[in-house]
Design a protein around this ligand. Structure first.
Ligand SMILES: Cc1cc2nc3c(=O)[nH]c(=O)nc-3n(C[C@H](O)[C@H](O)[C@H](O)COP(=O)(O)O)c2cc1C
Length: 153
């Protein structure tokens, strides 16, 4: 069965919740593993050889989360060959600014994956500690559908 890994870091639980929601939207079609980068090792992912990696990142001062970036960079150094595909998602609480979506470049530069889904999911929170703003369900749905098509291509 096609395997997906989802990774994230979280302080207030927003990114964890968004990643769990994405997992539940994809878990009928794919085998999904999910982990907080502070609790798992890059080796766990490298040894599992997933078909697609979803990298979830909260935005901190206009940049993707540093612990997620470090984890992705380390993963790149231990992978024997890149993961075939990757996708990215973000949580944030300011107005969305396209410039902060730097995780796909980090994934590419670290040679973690060659083929990265150009569309990403961004979920806006009402406040730093959440909850997320209402009415974003369609974004989840579209992202899950795009990932499902992308992984089978
Ligand atoms: C120190 C700090 C800096 C932040 N900087 C930004 C920012 O530049 N842009 C933004 O949209 N959100 C920013 N946020 C909001 C977080 O991205 C948002 O609350 C996120 O969902 C937190 O995820 P978590 O609950 O998984 O930790 C910041 C939050 C903190 C605590």
């Amino acid at each position: 069965m096609t395997k997906i890994w989802i990774i994230y870091n979280t302080k207030h639980g927003n990114s964890e919740k968004v990643c769990e929601d994405v997992k539940s939207k994809l878990s009928d079609k794919f085998k999904i593993s999910i982990g907080n980068v502070t609790k798992i090792t890059p080796e766990a992912i490298a040894n599992d050889r997933p078909d697609l990696l979803i990298v979830g990142s909260r935005i901190i001062v206009g940049r993707p989360d540093k612990k997620v970036k470090k984890f992705v960079t380390q993963l790149g150094t231990i992978l024997k060959e890149p993961i075939p595909k990757a996708a990215t998602l973000y949580t944030h609480c300011l107005e969305w600014d396209q410039k902060v979506a730097k995780m796909s470049k980090i994934i590419k530069d670290s040679r973690v994956a060659n083929d990265i889904l150009s569309e990403f999911l961004e979920i806006k929170m009402e406040k730093m500690k959440g909850p997320e703003e209402p009415g974003q369900e369609l974004k989840y749905q579209n992202f899950a559908e795009r990932v499902a098509v992308f992984i089978e291509q």
